[in-house]
Design a protein around this ligand. Structure first.
Ligand SMILES: [Zn+2]
Length: 314
């Protein structure tokens, strides 16, 4: 058995927006070239993704929203939201394949076929139950959370997000859910989309205290991240999750065209290694990592290769 499964292939490569959009279809290839140049593809099982069925997508999303995406081309919609997430040819199928990859990964982990997965095309953490947002059509993370609960009886799920943007599409749907253990280090919302994730947002009602938001000031780098990281691990320990989801967006790296943090790829190696150890000790090893954002190709190739190396060898 390989320790890690990697989701990669032509079908997944179709998730991306045309005409110079920052989330273009070339990101998967940029990552895979770097990973294979270091032989990482030989250390993992590379799997192609099936398309998710609509009832699987509807475990998280509303029927009305799924219909809207399904008919977006026929209806001549230009955007799925107010301007960030354009309709493109095959948008429904591409979104459904991202979800299909996540569900296949979850299946492999639960069956013990692999301990961990990496879904570089995935981690679409801005999509809400009833809408697209921020380049995200279907929220694969939300579908995995719902599937863990409805199909596998696993309720207490840790969600850790180091993408430079706040994971609002996971935070708000579970803001009052005490069993979704949330930790997110991101650029301060006063300076960056989506404008949320303030330190005082700690969860509502019975969930108060189960959410940890750590905003960093523009310009912050490895030092600030590494200072904050032990709080993430302490937070997870406190609530004893049964499964770890890791959104490892690479847009916090220095030089990203959409944001203002200055991480090096060491941040991704450190966080991945730490979460692998946590999952091994507390969650029977069960960990899924998702690529998320990252718009400088060289940055995302290096950061995600570091993640994959840890998943494959730690
Ligand atoms: Zn992002």
């Amino acid at each position: 058995m390989k320790r890690a499964c990697l989701y990669y292939g032509e079908a997944l490569g179709r998730y991306g927006f045309p005409q110079g959009h920052p989330l273009g279809v070339d990101r998967q290839g940029a990552f895979f070239r770097e990973a294979s140049a270091h032989g990482l593809d030989k250390l993992v099982e590379v799997r192609a993704a099936p398309e998710a069925a609509r009832d699987q997508i509807e475990r998280f999303h509303t029927r009305e929203y799924v219909d809207m995406v399904r008919h977006a081309e026929r209806d001549g919609l230009e955007f799925l939201d107010n301007g960030d997430t354009p309709v493109f040819p095959g948008v429904y199928a591409a979104g459904a394949i991202v979800v299909g990859a996540a569900l296949d990964g979850l299946d492999q982990v639960m069956r013990g076929h692999c301990r961990r997965t990496f879904q570089p095309v995935g981690g679409l953490h801005h999509a809400r139950r009833e809408s697209a947002a921020g380049f995200c059509v279907f929220n694969d993370l939300g579908v995995v959370i719902e599937t863990l609960r409805s199909e596998h009886g696993i309720r207490r799920v840790a969600y850790v997000d180091i993408d430079v943007h706040h994971g609002d599409g996971v935070f708000y749907p579970y803001e009052d859910d005490p069993d979704l253990i949330f930790a997110d280090i991101h650029e301060d919302g006063r300076y960056l989309y989506p404008g949320t994730g303030h330190a005082h947002e700690t969860g509502k009602g019975a969930a108060n205290g189960t959410k940890l938001n750590i905003p960093l000031a523009p310009g912050a780098g490895d030092r600030e991240f590494l200072e904050a990281w032990p709080r993430v691990i302490a937070h997870l320990r406190k609530f004893e999750p049964q499964f770890v989801l890791f959104q490892c967006g690479a847009d916090g790296l220095d030089g990203d065209p959409l944001a203002h943090l200055t991480y090096t790829p060491q941040v991704h190696a450190h966080a991945a290694r730490s979460l692998v150890h946590f999952a091994d000790r507390h969650c029977a090893g069960r960990l899924m990592a998702f690529g998320g954002g990252g718009y400088d190709r060289d940055n995302l190739a290096k950061a995600w290769s570091n993640v994959l190396r840890e998943l494959a060898t730690a």
